[in-house]
Design a protein around this ligand. Sequence first.
Ligand code: 3PG
Length: 208
Amino acid sequence: MTVFDTLSEYGVVPVIAIDDADQALPLADALIEGGLPVAEITFRTDAARDVIAQIAASRPQMIVGAGTVLTEAQADAAQAAGAKFALSPGIDGAVLAHAQRIGLPFAPGIMTPSELQLALRHDCPMVKFFPAMPAGGPNMLKNIAAPYAHTGIGFNPTGGVTLDNLPDWLALPQVRAVGGTWIATRADIAAGNWDQITRNAAEAVARI
Ligand code: 3PG
């Protein structure tokens, strides 16, 4: 079973921007308590690497990955910190090739059939569909994915996914797991609103 298979079992991946590495473990515990031991820690903050390292070292039950991985160096840093997977909002062949060389499962972002074909050329088992709602929502993805169903490629829609539209995304057979920031917002993390994050996670799990 690949790490992307594990993500599909959960059906939702919290997308995290966290500014303070001291909050890594309380955040992980809040998600675990909500029944969602999964996180994409984005390299949008300087703390990302430390946060991944702390969670990977101290909360082995968490499936922790790296998001917004834009360079080969970030892929290396993510893997060294213990990330089990990586994603990015767009697709970059050089970064993808590097991730494959170092054995880091990588899901690039796509929004068009051409980008999807580039991901297929790199044998990606899963891609991020980003930004999912502005790009046209579930109906758009349904139509983009249709000609490629035989390839088995899976999708992780993020960008505008909410508790309310989550069932529409998961109704598409090619969608493995949705992603979104609503479960653990940067503001809730900064304020230490762990109960709220646990509730959001539990609510998302219940909806799946
Ligand atoms: C991502 O990086 O996947 C998106 O920023 C998540 O978008 P959202 O804030 O609309 O959930």
